[in-house]
Design a protein around this ligand. Structure first.
Ligand SMILES: Nc1ncnc2c1ncn2[C@@H]1O[C@H](COP(=O)(O)OP(=O)(O)OP(=O)(O)O)[C@@H](O)[C@H]1O
Length: 220
């Protein structure tokens, strides 16, 4: 097995005059779950897109090593409205594995539904199933639960934890939610001033410390 699921060295990305990522390094081990925090506009999505291979304008002395089997989940499920749930899940992959994946995310029986007939949480479950059928070695998730209500979010946390324990992909989860990061991840990293400023095991991560790293003061 490869020594790492992601290895980024010297990654730089600028938009016009503004350098968003500057000579950034990040390594993720196989099976490791990393939560990426950072202030709004700090470059979290930019980093995720670069790792996903969706950004061809990254520059610098950058070296990007990412496995072939990558799946990406976004805040909106990005399901195609004209395809039924099962066809969305199996889009671009060999048919046949979608039913099992839908069962894994608790949507057995909804294969023939249209995306518009599903709730937001159910649509995110379909998006997770779509990731699962790809058997990813790396799952990149950009605020996948950001638009969900609190209760649905808790259920999705449980589901993601369960799926990760079973399939063991490496995960890079972009989130605004410090508690979500500590709860789900093995390791928490914070983007600060265009680089990884803070990098620590989730078990050592302290809520107040992380909030202050994000520039959010907490009253004692
Ligand atoms: N295509 C683009 N063109 C110009 N500027 C961009 C582009 N994409 C991102 N940026 C800028 O880069 C910076 C980082 O954006 P990014 O979306 O990565 O931040 P983020 O940390 O994910 O923010 P948020 O938490 O608010 O989603 C922002 O200032 C944004 O305006």
């Amino acid at each position: 097995m490869a020594a790492h699921a992601v290895r980024v060295t010297g990654l730089t990305r600028a938009f016009q005059e503004r350098t968003v990522l500057d000579d950034l390094d990040l390594t993720i081990a196989p099976g490791e779950f990393v939560a990426l925090l950072g202030r709004s506009g700090s470059g979290k999505s930019t980093l995720l897109k670069a790792i996903a291979g969706l950004d061809h304008d990254v520059t610098g002395s950058g070296e990007l090593e990412v496995p072939q089997e990558v799946a990406v989940a976004f805040q909106d499920s990005r399901l195609l409205p004209w395809l039924r749930v099962l066809d969305n899940v199996e889009l671009g992959v060999r048919p046949g594995r979608g039913r099992a994946a839908l069962e894994e995310v608790g949507l057995k029986g909804r294969e023939r539904a249209w995306p518009a007939e599903l709730s937001g949480g159910e649509q995110q479950r379909v998006a997770l199933a779509r990731c699962l059928v790809r058997e990813p070695r790396l799952l990149l998730a950009d605020e996948p639960f950001g638009a969900l209500d609190a209760l649905t979010r808790i259920k999705m946390h449980d589901l993601l934890r369960e799926l990760c324990a079973k399939h063991r992909p490496a995960v890079l989860l972009v989130t605004h939610d410090v508690d979500e990061a500590i709860e789900l991840a093995d390791r928490v990293v914070v983007l600060q001033e265009s680089r990884i400023g803070l990098d620590l095991p989730a078990r050592d991560a302290d809520r107040t410390h992380l909030l202050s790293a994000l520039g959010i003061g907490v009253a004692a």
